[in-house]
Write a protein that binds this ligand. Structure first.
Ligand code: SF4
Length: 401
C-alpha cells in the first residue's frame, strides 16, 4: 500500500500523524510524495481557528477527489462524523485516545522524514474558555515513562538523533500516573549516546509547580535550552476571562528563574490578540510583559470563537483595533528577535545538524535551539564547530571552522 501524508498544526498533532504513518510502514506500506498515486491519503488536521478549519475541509475535499482519505487530528474529533463519506474515514476521538493507552507504544519510529516527535500525553488539565483542543482531545492521559523511553531508544537505533517530546501541555505530564515531566526528561537523557532532546510546549500554570525539578532536568547537555511557554496575554483580567489559571507575574517569575539558570536560552511564547474583552489597557499590559520577558519567538493568533467552547458566542473587538494590536506585537517581535540574533554574530558555537536547507546548505541547532544555517550538506545529527558571521531575525548564519 502506498500512503501519502500531510499534517498540520502543533507538534503533537504532527507527531501523532507521523507515528500512525510509521505504524502503517511497519505493516508493509510505503511512503509516496504524490497524492495522485497513493492508495491512502493520511491528513493530520488542526481546527485551532476558523480559518484553519476551513482550509482543512477544502484540503480533505481535494484529496478525497483522488481516492481514500483517513482524517486524524482535532477535526476528526470535533466534526462528529459530519464529513465522513465513501472516500473519507475519520480516526475519531476514542480511537485517538486509545493511542495513549498502549496503541502507540510498540510503533517503531524508523522513517525520519515523517517523524515529528514522540507524543508523551494526550489532552490536558486545563479548561481554557477559547480552546477547542481540549474539546477535541479530552482530559489528560500520560504514557508511561518506560514506553516513551523505549520508543526513544528505537528511534535512536534508527539514527534519528533528535528526540522531540510533544504535548499540548508537557508540564501536565504524569499527573495521572504519579510522576512528572522532569523525571521523564531525566529518564530519556540518561540513555547513552550523543543526541538532543527538545521539550514541547507547557502551560505556565502547571510549569510553576514543577519548576525546580524541570530546571534540574534541563541542565543536562542533551536538553536544548528551549522553553515554549504560551502566556496568551499579559493582562490578569484577560487571563481570568480566558480561565487560564495563572496571572502575568507567575509567567514573569518562571521566565526569570529560567533565564537566570540558563543565560544562553530561547523563550517561545504564544499571544492571542483581540480577545473578546481586550482593551487598550489590557493590550498595553501584554506589550509590557513582552518587553519585560523578551521572548525570542512569539506565535501570534487572533482570537477566533470556536464551537463547543465557552467563548463560542463571543464577539471579537473591532477589526481595525485587532489589526493594529496584532501589527504592533508582530513588529515588536521582529525587533526583539533581530536584536537577539544580532548578538550572536562573532560567537563560536557547536551546532547539531538536524536538517538540510535550500541551496546546498544545512541547518544546525545550538544549545539554545537557535537555527544556524551553514554552507554545505553535512551529515544529519553530526556536531560542527562554527562562527556566527551574519543573521536574520529568525536564524543565524554560520561559517564552519
Ligand atoms: S489552551 Fe488550555 S484547554 Fe487548551 S490545551 Fe492548553 S491548557 Fe488545555
Amino acid at each position: 500500500m502506498k500512503i501519502y501524508l500531510e499534517s498540520y498544526g502543533c507538534t503533537l498533532n504532527k507527531s501523532e500523524t507521523g507515528l500512525y504513518a510509521n505504524k502503517l510502514l511497519s505493516e508493509g506500506a510505503v511512503i509516496t510524495q504524490n497524492p495522485d498515486e497513493a492508495d491512502l491519503r493520511l491528513i493530520g488536521t488542526c481546527v485551532v481557528i476558523q480559518h484553519t478549519e476551513d482550509r482543512m475541509l477544502r484540503r480533505i475535499a481535494e484529496l478525497s477527489a483522488k481516492g481514500k482519505v483517513e482524517v486524524m487530528g482535532c477535526l476528526s474529533s470535533v466534526s462528529a462524523g459530519s464529513i465522513e463519506s465513501e472516500n473519507i474515514k475519520l480516526i475519531g476521538k476514542s480511537e485517538f485516545r486509545s493511542f495513549y493507552k498502549g496503541a502507540l507504544d510498540d510503533i517503531e519510529i524508523r522513517e525520519a522524514s515523517i517523524f515529528d516527535g514522540i507524543p508523551i500525553n494526550q489532552g490536558c488539565t486545563g479548561s481554557c474558555n477559547f480552546c477547542i483542543s481540549r474539546v477535541a482531545r479530552g482530559s489528560l492521559i500520560s504514557r508511561p515513562i518506560s514506553k516513551i523511553r523505549g520508543q526513544a531508544m528505537i528511534q535512536l537505533s534508527h539514527g534519528i538523533r533528535e528526540i522531540r517530546l510533544s504535548s499540548l501541555d508537557s508540564a501536565a505530564y504524569g499527573k495521572d500516573l504519579g510522576t512528572s515531566l522532569d523525571r521523564l526528561i531525566e529518564s530519556v537523557s540518561s540513555i547513552l549516546g550523543d543526541f538532543r532532546i527538545r521539550v514541547g510546549m507547557m502551560e505556565p500554570g502547571n510549569t510553576a509547580g514543577i519548576l525546580v525539578g524541570l530546571l534540574r532536568a534541563y541542565s543536562s547537555d542533551k536538553v536544548y535550552k528551549f522553553l515554549h511557554l504560551p502566556v496568551q496575554s499579559g493582562d490578569d483580567r484577560i487571563l481570568d476571562s480566558m480561565n487560564r489559571g495563572y496571572h502575568a507575574d507567575a509567567f514573569r517569575s518562571i521566565v526569570k528563574q529560567y533565564r537566570s539558570t540558563f543565560t544562553d536560552s530561547t523563550l517561545s511564547t504564544d499571544i492571542i490578540t483581540g480577545y473578546f474583552n481586550e482593551s487598550e489597557e489590557s493590550f498595553e499590559n501584554t506589550v509590557k510583559l513582552i518587553e519585560d520577558t523578551q521572548p525570542e519567538i512569539i506565535n501570534i493568533t487572533r482570537f477566533s470563537p470556536r464551537p463547543y467552547t465557552a467563548d463560542y458566542n463571543r464577539k471579537p473587538p473591532p477589526t481595525n483595533d485587532v489589526k493594529r494590536w496584532t501589527a504592533y506585537i508582530t513588529n515588536l517581535h521582529h525587533e526583539i528577535a533581530g536584536k537577539k540574533m544580532q548578538r550572536q554574530v562573532g560567537k563560536f558555537k557547536k551546532i547539531y545538524i538536524t536538517e538540510h536547507g535550500k541551496n546546498e546548505t544545512s541547518v544546525g541547532r545550538d544549545q539554545a535551539y537557535r537555527p544556524v544555517v551553514v554552507p554545505g550538506r553535512h551529515d544529519l545529527y553530526s556536531f560542527m564547530d562554527c562562527e556566527i558571521v551574519d543573521f536574520t531575525d529568525t536564524y543565524a548564519i554560520g561559517k564552519i571552522m
